[in-house]
Design a protein around this ligand. Structure first.
Ligand SMILES: *[C@@H]1O[C@H](CO)[C@@H](O)[C@H](O)[C@H]1NC(C)=O
Ligand SMILES: *[C@@H]1O[C@H](CO)[C@@H](O)[C@H](O)[C@H]1NC(C)=O
Ligand SMILES: *[C@@H]1O[C@H](CO)[C@@H](O)[C@H](O)[C@H]1NC(C)=O
Ligand SMILES: *[C@@H]1O[C@H](CO)[C@@H](O)[C@H](O)[C@H]1NC(C)=O
Ligand SMILES: *[C@@H]1O[C@H](CO)[C@@H](O)[C@H](O)[C@H]1NC(C)=O
Ligand SMILES: *[C@@H]1O[C@H](CO)[C@@H](O)[C@H](O)[C@H]1NC(C)=O
Length: 806
């Protein structure tokens, strides 16, 4: 009797133990055994990784009934999904389950029993399913061998150490807030190169790396056929095609993911511990419009200045809520086959691909006739690059606008289509730093398409579409960075976007990096530059700004604009520090010092190097003037501000600083640090509004000096009159020689130290550009974009002439 009671108590005790144990663990498993299942009906039925960074279970979208079996970051605010089983087939919110069947297969069934997904592991001796700390869902045998893993079936995200191999692909989501497969893919091409490919219903095209350049120019190789890539735990992404990417916050201990977003861009994100939000630490494409097909059929991706989709005249938005849906004609398309058609010109726009034919040389009229005669032709693109090029288009796909694009698209429309209303003029600042886009000054074409002016009725914004992403990078990202107090709940999606590669540093950090500002690299109007090494090993140049920059709030936002600027010919800013009185900027370190050291000294540059510097500098300035998010005028173009990297490629330094100081105080201070005698355009003295043409002037002086090999500006000699005279007399002499029609005029103006080893054609081009750049009348000076174009046309002239007297 007594023993029976004991046994009874013992059993009760066991039962109680079992229940307490059970209730503590039933909801969150570390592993599933064969026969177990996870049910959608129990909202807390999960598998978690041992360190709890990843959760695996049912995940729904907003408040909908649709559920997916997925793995997500436990600690990210919006529970960011890293993997899904059959993303294109969600299951019902009731009665669906994942069952780890007795035969070893893991199977996802919908409420009606439909098998939506399965692991196909029937014949193996699988024992348990668990989620590893890496975010990998694995099925293991009793010996611990992995027989199946979710890492082999990526969706749109790659996690650290998830190897990306030959036959795998990442596919973007269809649209913001959806999970189904979209149009953009990352995978290895048959040529062994890792690419981003747009695969829309209309078209399929590569858009990264730059399809206009060859593999090697893109910094890749195609000889290694192993086709593997992975993100490591430091934030480095390495691929067998020699692609190497460093996240801007490279280092251990940070949770990262690489995701192809619904806008087609590939990004690396880092999770902020404190907020659970993601920060972008790298992205493949800086310009969203370079994602081919991003706007859909008939639509054009424009920068106004934020990326937007626009419909050409005669077309209207298909679906304002879907940025990929493109535009439809407002006219009856059969009218295009009648005789009553005309062409609407849109400058600087192209529809990539779908050429029925291309012809050159050809006149605009002949090109138009070709399109008129061919009923398949919907538009033609015409450009003059030395001679006329005509591209006849059979479809209006991949439309994008690029201020540098030296051509117009002419769209065929019925004569009845009205041109859009003339747009109101864009009011632009004229101070340095806020450039007036030069294109506005030029002769506006009938259907003007200038960014910032564009007021098309049919612009529909990426806000609805790309909104959470790009726009936040552009508009809100910085705001967040500098408001430390919490993120407004109104910003949904939980993304804290920060333009890539940019960081706020503590003063102590920079003090340490520069060993208490020990080694001075240089000194200029805006401050002193010191060399330093960051804790992650990066060599940097730290600039201590002078007193002109004692501005409080604006400082951060202005700096942020500079930090977003990223071009191979511009010195990259990695961050800044604003602490107490201290204002510092952190730049990449450029090893070969500035152009003046290689031009006016004994270790002079070869002709080839000089031409490359002239071209690169022009590209950098063109980018600042025409292409970046906010047009920036440098205001101090001179050899001292053109740095040379290891390959003697130029990188322009000190851009955007005019913006900073401008707000700092009265104009006197501002001009005090901007502009350098000898490189300053005459309008500075005349107190005229400052436009990008001041940089064109400075550039003109610099390239003339590069050809000549001596200072024409002599700005360090304190004699205004004489300085003027050096350049003026040079210009006068050259012009005289050219007028005389002497075919070898250029010889006498090229640096004699080159001993005749230069390309005559290139030298002539440089001198002629230089002359036009230093015109007194700024309207006669070319734009930097057209300078780039002219230089590109003679870039390949490798014939180096050897002078007669050698
Ligand atoms: C399992 O096999 C089916 C049919 O062969 C296939 O469609 C499915 O993709 C496979 N699933 C996995 C996870 O391999
Ligand atoms: C190809 O790439 C892989 C992975 O990056 C590397 O291990 C291998 O050595 C490379 N092979 C050659 C021939 O370079
Ligand atoms: C990435 O960082 C490594 C040092 O860890 C450096 O050698 C490499 O050049 C960097 N790559 C890029 C593309 O910046
Ligand atoms: C974030 O948290 C993890 C673990 O909780 C820690 O190891 C890591 O150092 C933290 N990172 C930062 C940047 O605070
Ligand atoms: C377009 O015009 C053609 C010929 O004028 C006509 O037959 C057709 O019905 C029209 N289509 C629409 C959608 O109006
Ligand atoms: C392209 O145009 C030229 C000249 O009009 C013509 O001779 C040629 O056949 C065309 N090619 C194609 C593929 O249509």
């Amino acid at each position: 009797m007594r023993s029976q009671t004991l046994v009874c108590f013992y059993l009760l005790f066991l039962l109680a133990l079992f229940f307490s144990f059970h209730s503590a663990t039933s909801k969150s498993h570390l592993q599933l055994k064969r026969g177990a299942s996870l049910s959608v009906d129990d909202a807390s039925d999960f598998l978690t990784s041992p360190d709890n960074s990843f959760t695996c279970g049912f995940h729904n979208l907003g408040s909908s009934n649709a559920y997916w079996f997925a793995i997500w970051f436990t600690n990210s605010k919006d529970k960011t999904i890293v993997w899904m089983a059959n993303r294109d087939r969600p299951v019902n919110s009731r009665g669906s389950e994942v069952h780890f069947r007795g035969d070893g297969t893991m199977i996802l069934t919908d409420v009606d029993g439909t098998v939506v997904w399965q692991t196909n592991t029937t014949t193996t001796d699988v024992a348990i399913a668990k989620v590893l700390n890496s975010g990998n869902l694995v099925l293991e045998n009793p010996q611990g061998d992995i027989l199946w893993q979710s890492f082999d079936f990526p969706t749109d995200t790659l996690l650290p150490f998830q190897t990306f191999t030959k036959n795998k692909r990442l596919t973007s989501a269809l649209r913001k807030g959806s999970y189904e497969s979209g149009y953009f893919n990352l995978n290895f091409g048959s040529d062994n190169v890792l690419r981003l490919i747009s695969d829309t219903p209309d078209t399929s095209s590569n858009y990264w790396p730059n399809p206009d350049l060859n593999v090697y120019t893109n910094g890749r190789t195609n000889y290694n056929s192993s086709r593997v890539a992975f993100l490591d735990d430091m934030g480095r992404f390495l691929s067998s095609d020699q692609l190497q990417i460093n996240a801007s916050d490279m280092g251990y201990g940070i949770k990262r993911r690489m995701t192809i977003d619904y806008d087609g861009n590939l990004r690396i994100y880092s999770l902020m511990n404190s907020t659970g939000l993601w920060e972008i630490t790298w992205q493949a494409l800086r310009k969203p419009c370079s994602v081919l097909g991003v706007c859909g059929r008939n639509a054009i991706c424009v920068y106004a200045p934020d990326p937007q989709c626009a419909c050409p005249p005669g077309f209207e938005v298909n679906d304002p809520s879907d940025w990929n849906a493109g535009c439809r004609a407002t006219f009856n398309e059969t009218l295009l086959h009648s005789q009553q058609v005309k062409f609407m010109e849109i400058p600087h726009v192209d529809f990539y691909g779908f050429d029925l034919n291309w012809t050159s040389p050809i006149t605009l009229e002949a090109c138009r006739d070709m399109c008129l005669k061919d009923f398949r032709c919907l538009a033609f693109s015409y450009r003059i690059l030395g001679q006329g090029f005509c591209y006849v288009k059979s479809a209006l796909l991949n439309g994008y606008e690029s201020p540098d694009f030296p051509a117009s698209i002419y769209i065929k429309v019925p004569s009845s289509v009205q041109p859009p209303n003339p747009s109101s003029l864009f009011e632009s600042g004229t101070m340095c730093g806020y450039a007036e886009p030069e294109r506005i000054v030029g002769s506006p074409s009938m259907y003007d398409f200038t960014p910032k002016r564009v007021k098309w009725i049919y612009i529909y914004s990426f806000c609805a579409a790309l909104g959470g992403l790009e726009l936040m990078i552009i508009v809100l990202g910085w705001w967040f960075l500098f408001r430390k107090h919490g993120v407004p709940a109104s910003v949904e999606a939980g993304y804290r976007m920060i333009s890539s590669n940019f960081k706020r540093y503590a003063y102590a950090e920079l003090k340490k990096a520069t060993t208490n500002f020990k080694t001075e690299l240089g000194r200029g109007g805006s401050g002193t530059v010191y060399i330093g090494v960051l804790s992650d090993g990066r060599e940097v140049a730290v600039k201590k700004l002078g007193d002109v920059f004692q501005v409080q709030d604006e400082y951060s936002t202005e700096i942020s604009t500079i930090g977003k600027i990223n071009h191979m010919n511009l010195v990259r800013m990695w961050g800044f520090c604003s602490e107490g009185r201290h204002r510092l900027l952190v730049y990449e370190y450029i090893e070969n010092s500035s152009l003046d050291k290689h031009l006016f000294n004994s270790n002079f540059l070869t002709w080839k190097q000089r031409f490359a510097v002239a071209l690169g500098t022009a590209k950098g300035l063109a980018y600042l003037h025409h292409e970046c998010l906010e047009w920036v005028i440098h205001c101090d173009v001179k050899p001292e501000n053109i740095l040379l990297d290891g390959e003697f490629q130029p990188k322009i330094a000190d851009f955007g600083l005019a913006k900073l100081s401008q707000r700092g105080g009265p104009g006197s201070e501002f001009t005090r640090i901007r502009g350098t005698k000898g490189y300053m355009a005459p309008e500075w003295a005349l107190n005229h509004p400052i436009t990008a043409k001041v940089d064109v002037y400075g550039y003109g002086v610099v390239i003339l000096e590069m050809v000549r090999g001596i200072r024409l500006s002599n700005w360090d000699v304190d004699d205004d009159y004489k300085n003027e005279a050096a350049l003026t007399s040079f210009v006068r002499t050259v012009k005289k020689k050219i007028e005389r029609g002497n075919s070898s005029w250029v010889e006498s103006f090229v640096d004699p130290r080159l001993e005749g080893k230069f390309s005559r054609k290139q030298a002539e081009t440089l001198v002629q550009i230089g002359l036009s750049c230093v015109e007194e009348d700024r309207n006669k000076r070319p734009t930097m974009a057209s300078v780039v174009q002219t230089l590109l046309e003679c870039e390949d002239d490798t014939e180096i002439q050897i002078s007669d007297n050698l």
